[in-house]
Design a protein around this ligand. Structure first.
Ligand code: PMP
Length: 336
């Protein structure tokens, strides 16, 4: 057995995550479906990668100096990543978050020492939206930079240089397809661009939750949303800076119920405790595998992202009363 490498500092623990073959999804689709274990990052989500690249980029531009402050609007995971990286590099953190996100994320941010500002959820066009509030706070705070994860393409660069390259090597340079959902779009655009640079025949698919506008945009050129989703961190209504030029070949729309079914199966059958965006991604990966088989690819090899740990959602996804209140099916083992 080869021992995992020694790292010289905590920042180096970000990225180089394991890749796991997902048995149930592979059997269901007749493909090889792989999950990139982004919950294994120090902040337990895929967003540690973007946080590190955004902070390094601000330093390189000379905007962020020792003792400075990083301000961001986030559904939570980016804030957790930023707080950890900022702590390691000597910066303060101010995080603006909609107050309907999971309590676990709020408690985690406070525990990490971030200054947490909660705002009511509202439309992006409202000047009190969490993104606009965070930009204003950054402007008003001395020595602060605004991370701007939605439009700052340092975010997707983390996936072009990191995630895509790692997937390529881990899959021994044979990848037929990749799919995931978009929040900022940094992951789908960055992994898509990175993989296409390595092999232009890799199929890149957007997996969209209900309530988001991107499925319609890539299917027929119109930003239009239908339905709703309780998934945190995904569901986008506009073409962000990170999504501009994303090489999307096809798209799937996945319901919360379909995502939850995979969350339940991955937990019970494979021992993986994940958030809902991971379940939605896996449902999308199964759909992409089946699509590639119809296109004539033999036992396609499809990768997706296991975005964050389910421990972040004990009071929501894994809570009987919460699921019932949302009209969602309760996992069998939570029924009593
Ligand atoms: N899943 C979760 C749980 C997230 O927090 C995020 C980040 N918003 C995503 C998926 C989507 O990642 P990205 O911002 O790179 O599109």
């Amino acid at each position: 057995m080869i021992a995992p490498p020694l790292r010289s500092n905590a920042i180096d623990l970000i990225g180089n995550t394991p890749l796991v073959l997902l048995k149930g999804p592979s059997e269901a689709s007749g493909c090889e479906i792989y999950g990139k274990c982004e919950f294994a990052n120090p902040g337990a989500s895929v967003k540690d990668r973007a946080a590190l690249y955004i902070i390094r980029d601000a330093e390189a531009r000379g905007d962020l100096k020792l003792g400075g402050c990083v301000v961001e609007g986030t559904a939570g995971n980016t804030g957790i990543g930023i707080a950890l990286v900022a702590n390691a590099l000597g910066y303060r953190t101010i995080i603006v978050m909609p107050d309907n996100q999971s309590k676990e994320k709020m408690d985690t941010l406070r525990a990490l020492g971030a200054e947490l500002v909660l705002v009511p959820p509202t439309k992006y066009s409202d000047c009190n939206h969490f993104v606009h509030t965070s930009r204003r706070l950054a402007e008003e705070t001395d020595g602060a930079v605004w991370a701007n994860q939605f439009d700052n393409t340092a975010n997707r660069k983390a996936h072009i240089e990191g995630t895509a390259q790692e997937l390529w090597e881990q899959l021994e340079e044979r990848v037929d397809g990749f799919t995931c959902a978009a929040g900022t779009g940094g992951t789908i655009a960055g992994v898509g661009m990175g993989l296409k640079q390595l092999d232009e025949t890799v199929a890149i698919a957007l997996t969209d939750p209900h309530g988001a506008a991107l499925y319609n945009y890539y299917a027929n050129g119109e930003l239009a949303a239908e339905g709703s989703s309780v998934a945190e961190g995904i569901g986008q209504g506009r073409i962000t800076g990170n999504l501009e030029g994303a090489p999307i070949d096809t798209q799937f729309r996945i319901s919360d119920e379909q995502g939850l079914e995979w969350v339940a199966r991955l937990l019970r059958e494979e021992g993986l405790c994940l958030g809902l965006s991971s379940g939605i991604n896996v449902a999308g990966a199964v759909a992409l595998g089946q699509y590639l088989k119809r296109q004539g690819r033999d036992t396609p090899r499809v990768a997706t992202i296991l975005c964050d740990t389910g421990f972040r959602y004990l009071s929501t996804l894994y809570n009987r009363d919460w699921l019932t209140a949302k009209g969602l099916p309760v996992f069998d083992w939570l029924k009593n």
